[in-house]
Ligand binder design. Structure first.
Ligand SMILES: [Zn+2]
Length: 59
């Protein structure tokens, strides 16, 4: 249990990350709005939930 897994490794899909604005509340609101039209996905590169895929919503 002493092995620490580095999370700072560069993600190959980092370009697709959408982490939102800085600040907890701003990001929370941003994610809430985004979730109306997008689905949060796990990044295949790093496993973080930072991918937002647009759902087939009506525009
Ligand atoms: Zn990633």
């Amino acid at each position: 249990m002493t092995q620490t897994r580095t999370t700072k490794t560069r993600c190959p899909d980092e370009a697709f990350h959408q982490e939102g604005p800085p600040g907890y509340l701003a990001r929370k609101e941003w994610a809430r709005k985004l979730s109306l039209t997008h689905t949060q996905q796990q990044c295949p590169g790093c496993g973080l939930w930072v991918i937002w895929e647009r759902t087939g919503g009506t525009t």
